[in-house]
Design a protein around this ligand. Structure first.
Ligand SMILES: [Ca+2]
Ligand SMILES: [Ca+2]
Length: 158
């Protein structure tokens, strides 16, 4: 591995990130089922659904759905996942980890989390069908409703 995006131990990674593993030479796919992304959620490791593809010197890993906020993810590339040219597999298992961004509760971008942000969420109540509603859905259940306002109220900075 030459470099990865996100970098090992990077924090604040966007939840819609695409993961890139760059090698110092051209690689081809060998057995991409040997590539794993796992999340550590409440102390338990969960395997995350991903799509993987190889493009020139890069292995690209796209999570099927958005990652969770404030969660540590580990990429594991087992031996034989990709091979370099002319024809040698990368023999070592390689791993790196990153942590996703915390959820942003300052909805109206005024630098504090307060009742105005609760009102902002309240103005987006309904299904998540645009990016503002996606932001307002702070508990990520695809609905903007009173649960999101409660979620925010529990995190108010007083
Ligand atoms: Ca605010
Ligand atoms: Ca919600």
């Amino acid at each position: 591995m030459e470099y990865t995006i996100p970098k090992d131990k990077e924090t604040g990674v966007p939840v819609d990130t695409t993961i890139t593993v760059s090698y110092n030479r051209r690689v081809s796919q060998n057995n991409l089922e040997q590539v794993y992304l796992r999340a550590r959620i409440d102390g338990i490791y969960e395997v995350v659904d991903i799509n993987t593809l190889v493009d020139d010197k890069k292995l690209i890993i796209k999570p099927v759905s958005e990652l969770k906020h404030d969660t540590k993810y580990t990429v594991i590339i087992y031996e034989g996942a990709v091979k370099g040219y002319p024809d040698c597999t990368y023999a070592d298992t390689e791993t790196f980890s990153f942590t996703t961004e915390s959820i942003c509760l300052d909805m109206n971008d005024d630098g504090i989390v307060d009742i105005l942000d609760m009102l902002w969420i309240a103005s987006k109540i309904g299904p998540v069908n645009n990016s503002d509603a996606g932001r307002a859905d702070v508990n990520s259940d695809d609905q903007v409703n009173v649960l999101d306002i409660m979620f925010l109220s529990q995190n108010l900075v007083s």
